[in-house]
Design a protein around this ligand. Structure first.
Ligand code: SF4
Ligand code: SF4
Length: 349
């Protein structure tokens, strides 16, 4: 990619431009083709995105494209199934489905998706499947993705000596709330490739260029996967990646980052321990974001279903005692998103 910085993805040795594409919300194959023509090499999807249509779209786009011209990462979520002995079978089944949709002989990176604990990273039955898939040549590398308790997860990735890459939420608003930066530095020093996601922080009135540059100015991050969904957004990201130095306006935005209001939960865990019913509030708030921000109701339903909540989670409370740092009325959002469990899948597309 002329004029764009290229970095190495840890010990994988894969050389990537700092700008990649998070395909999750994109549904226009021509946008993916435009990104490819612009020099973007790395495309990130997941088994659950758009109920599989996202992977199928990429399969269509990359049919006939020389395999060395692109890098594909996909993800399989096992959150509900990571305990017990079902994980290896489900991981393999879901991966096989992804491969059929993508129409590829191999993917470059397979992530265990949405991991939020060291225990999940260190789950040995999953390691066995990852090793087997590597041996069979169906994946080149494996990793975990995380947008919750990132430092704990990243340190476990280093400890595991199994995973090659970590895909982590990393943005200007997490700068002071969670010590992700130093965990990323430890991962990079250990040869783990680091990919940044959620660089826009789910914020409103965002300076997109500034937010992207903030993540990429960290040299321990190899590349970022912003989720542009149209050609204008792609152009903005290309412009930012071409020159990572802030303009005065971008610098001012970053300096005032703490004042930027978030549209959705920042996963800061400031509310941990406040709910007398011990509801997993950050998980529920993330499901709310999937439904209303990302327009991914299927993913939202899957996330809520995995939490095994009672029918009316807040039913026992007269008044909510949770004081969200970002000012969200969490009980309202929990009531809203909990109902998605009762919506038939056919209505969620
Ligand atoms: S109303 Fe608030 S305190 Fe009560 S269960 Fe719901 S989130 Fe927890
Ligand atoms: S609900 Fe509020 S306090 Fe809790 S994790 Fe989300 S943003 Fe932080």
């Amino acid at each position: 990619m002329p004029g764009f910085e290229v970095r190495t993805l840890g010990k994988t040795g894969i050389r990537l431009p700092v700008l990649s594409m998070g395909v999750m919300r994109a549904d226009n194959p021509n946008l993916v083709r435009a990104a490819l023509r612009s020099g973007i090499l790395h495309f990130d999807t997941a088994n659950g995105y758009q109920e599989g249509r996202n992977e199928s779209m990429l399969g269509t786009v990359f049919k006939g494209v020389p395999r060395e011209n692109f890098v594909i990462a996909t993800k399989v979520s096992l959150r509900r199934d990571l305990t017990g002995d079902r994980a290896p079978r489900l991981l393999m089944e879901r991966f096989n489905t992804s491969m059929e949709r993508l129409g590829l002989d191999y993917v470059d990176i397979l992530y265990l998706h949405a991991v939020n604990s060291a225990e999940a990273v260190l789950h040995e039955p999953v390691h066995k499947v990852m090793r087997q898939l590597k041996k069979e040549g169906r994946i080149k590398y494996c990793g975990v993705s995380t947008h919750d308790r990132e430092p704990e997860v990243i340190d476990a990735v280093i400890k595991s000596q199994v995973y090659d890459v970590v895909l982590t939420a990393y943005n200007f608003k997490k700068q002071k709330e969670v010590d992700i930066k130093s965990a990323i530095a430890r991962a990079a020093a250990a040869g783990i490739g680091v990919v940044a996601m959620k660089t826009m922080a789910g914020a409103k009135n965002i300076n997109v260029s500034a937010a992207l540059k903030w993540a990429l100015q960290d040299k321990n991050v190899t590349t970022a996967i912003p989720g542009y969904t149209n050609f204008d957004e792609l152009d903005v990201c290309l412009g930012a990646a071409a020159n990572l130095a802030y303009t005065p306006e971008e610098k001012a935005f970053i300096d005032g980052g703490d004042k930027v209001a978030s549209l959705y939960c920042t996963q800061c865990h400031g509310c941990d321990g406040q709910c007398p019913q011990s509801l997993p509030i950050p998980d529920l708030m993330r499901a709310y974001m999937y439904a209303h921000g990302y327009r991914q109701p299927g993913l939202a339903k899957e996330t809520v279903a995995a939490l095994n909540l009672p029918e009316n989670p807040c039913g026992g409370c007269q008044a909510c005692t949770v004081n969200c740092r970002s000012g969200f009325l969490v009980a309202d959002k929990i009531k809203d998103i909990s109902r998605i469990r009762n919506v038939p899948d056919a209505f969620l597309v």
